[in-house]
Design a protein around this ligand. Sequence first.
Ligand code: ADP
Length: 389
Amino acid sequence: MAQVTEQQIIDALKEVQDPDRGADVVSLGMIGGIIIKDGNVGFAIEVDAERGQQLEPLRKQAEKIVAELPGVLSVSAVLTADRASSDAAAGGSPGAAAGGSPGGSPGPARQQTGPQRDASMGPPGVKHIVAIASGKGGVGKSTTAVNIALGLVAKGLRVGMLDADIYGPSQPRLLGIKGKLETSDSDTMEPLESNGLKVMSIGFLVPEDTPMIWRGPMVTSALQQMLREIEWGELDIMVVDMPPGTGDAQLTMAQQVPLAGAVIVSTPQDIALLDARKGLNMFRKVDVPVLGFIENMSYYVCPKCGDRADIFGHGGAKTEAEKLETEFLGEIPLDIAIRETSDQGRPIVISQPDSVHAAAYMEIANRIWEKLTVDSETSTRSAPKIVVQ
Ligand code: ADP
């Protein structure tokens, strides 16, 4: 069967009327980021943040209309609540309307000015959402995230873990979760539980072998599903394990999740710090307060002789944090016990709670909680708005 074309999709979407604005979504410039891959279609509908909830029927109608086109196997339409202004995308070529740059990447992310996040986009009973991010992969972001989350549980808090790492969701493995998500009779989904943590992973929604080009738009709707359609219940804090890097997918997430703050994990190498700085700038760009840096694999203590070796150099994150006027939250050594316990699905904070490493994670967890609850009215909220041209 012939591949559906972008023009066919646009023509079909002209049937969809914005109920409030008296015109169709195409002429209002609301459609963007169209992706077509082997009959799978994804696109973004840009709306003002405050209308996000009420426009769900419009989103569904748009999906349905496109799904009826010949050659379409699946459709994923996402509402992106990041319109900078109502005329921002109007009249432009539809393919480029929602991309971050003209003719650039197809993701629905858009650079924007100031906070557009809408707290109603988050799960209703969740008090604080914190992203654990890194400028690049392999720095130990997921390991750090899970140990911090478990540290928060150990404090007696009600904690959720949302694994949004599209490139390699690892929380199910780190937490030794083998179960599958079940839809209950009432059509709602409950997160899985492990060691007192409520866990939801994008790995449960997006099959691992899905090609990356298609994962992007799917991820946006999967993220919405994880935030809104999962019965998280009452949580003091939700930890989000972000995908590494600072691309469109990450920016979209930073915009779509009503984050109270972000923590950046880095190794001491300069190159990683350079990436970490990009991570920091990404969050600042979308007005998410950066709570601080963590230096992971900071140093190595020889288990035989007790000598300490600064394999990657040491203290880079601390110096960098000072330069960038953010907090240095702590350092975690490179230690085989951290890797082994993670591999076994028993992170060190629960398997060796009295170890110095568990104490280091606990201390960072405490500081994060303190920053969110005690300092939040002062330092973290005063992050400057950075206008991106
Ligand atoms: P990321 O999420 O940044 O890709 P992971 O958390 O998956 O990184 O960690 C990558 C690898 O490094 C894993 O094998 C993990 O067990 C290991 N690792 C992470 N932090 C440490 C540490 N402090 N000491 C030893 N190994 C670590």
